[in-house]
Design a protein around this ligand. Structure first.
Ligand code: HEM
Ligand code: HEM
Length: 184
């Protein structure tokens, strides 16, 4: 891997921190959604919202960083269709990483539940209380989530395929401690 083809430590750290928050919020969302109403369910809803808002903040940081630091070009030797697919998935993931937590926050506001981040920082409601809109946003939140899950699975499978079969540096340049140099 040469200097022009690697991600920096900041880009790698933010990639995996965002991935971690999403991979915690997602199963928690599915699990809590199925529970009967109880104090435990409400507590899990709060944890879910705190993790989700943390994901939103980390994604905002990631995007701000990316605007000032172009990502390294895709590794050469990939067929054109794969390059186009990889770029399309990356851009769609950025969009969904914003849209998913924002739709959750909008839903909570519409349902009349304000978010107090980690029980300490009260966040403003994004819209006024509107139960019908809240129900619609619930559907939007779930649909965006399952679309994002499908893209994440394709994305991760592609990275693993590059590592195991093409044996190129695609995965290594996004892993901490392995890369040797950086530009982003
Ligand atoms: C919540 C889960 C994940 C999300 C939202 C996500 C999102 C992204 C995005 C948006 C990029 C593009 C970075 C840029 O160029 O600005 C990226 C790159 C990358 N991701 Fe993920 N990712 C996730 C999980 C994973 C997993 C599980 C793996 C490995 C198994 C992985 C491996 C990679 C690699 C190798 C790259 C660099 C691709 C390249 O340089 O061509 N990601 N990821
Ligand atoms: C990356 C961030 C997030 C992810 C991955 C995520 C994921 C999910 C998932 C998978 C569900 C279950 C959907 C279903 O099975 O119908 C869910 C439900 C929910 N999410 Fe999120 N979410 C995120 C952020 C947020 C945020 C920021 C909020 C609010 C501030 C929020 C509020 C909710 C609520 C209230 C539900 C339950 C809806 C119901 O009762 O049906 N989420 N979320």
């Amino acid at each position: 891997m040469n200097a022009a083809s690697s991600y920096t430590g900041v880009a790698i750290a933010l990639h995996w921190l965002v991935a971690l928050t999403i991979l915690c919020a997602f199963p928690l969302g599915v699990y809590m959604h199925e529970l009967p109403l109880s104090p435990n369910k409400l507590q899990l809803y709060s944890y879910h919202k705190w993790i989700g808002i943390s994901a939103l903040l980390l994604v905002a940081l990631r995007l701000a960083w990316r605007l000032g630091h172009r990502p390294p070009p895709l590794l050469s030797g990939m067929p054109r269709w794969q390059e186009i697919a990889a770029q399309a998935i990356h851009h769609s993931l950025y969009l969904l990483m914003l849209a998913v937590p924002l739709s959750g926050w909008l839903m909570s506001s519409a349902m009349g539940f304000s978010v107090v981040w980690f029980g300490v920082i009260p966040l403003p409601d994004l819209i006024g209380k509107d139960k019908m809109l809240g129900e619609l946003l619930k559907e939007v939140h779930a649909t965006l989530n399952f679309t994002m899950l499908a893209l994440i699975l394709i994305h991760a499978a592609a990275a693993i395929k590059h590592h195991l079969f093409e044996r190129d540096g695609t995965l290594a340049r996004m892993l901490p401690f392995i890369r040797q140099d950086s530009t982003q």
